[in-house]
Design a protein. Sequence first.
Length: 136
Amino acid sequence: MNPSPCQKGSHVKIQVTRTVYKLYDCDSQRLGSPATDWRLLREVTRESWKTRLGDSVSGLPGGGISGFVRLGEIHISIHTWPLRRCAEISFSYCNSQSVPERIDLFFTNRLGAAWVQTLNASRSSPFAEDALVQRA
């Protein structure tokens, strides 16, 4: 069995990509509910939920939410700030993985955002998985 390119010890040159969606002027009530954010993560990962490796959603002081789900070679995190009416959703993935098409619209609609900013970054490293595992 071949190890995943993102697993420690695979020693395969990989491409690590991060896509961040910053949503503004959101519905503050939707941003302050751990149950709502949990449902969002569950819905966006519905197709891959059986490969879920870890997850967490928790409330923060001041009413914000922080959550993540890790699915094989994809990590998704959500952070909300109800008082500022904004949220940030981050997808980190390896090699041929990609963010689902029009996922920005999914989150914009679910959180009632007026507008969204998208940021993309990627890097290639022969042993990028070692850095990923150490930070996890």
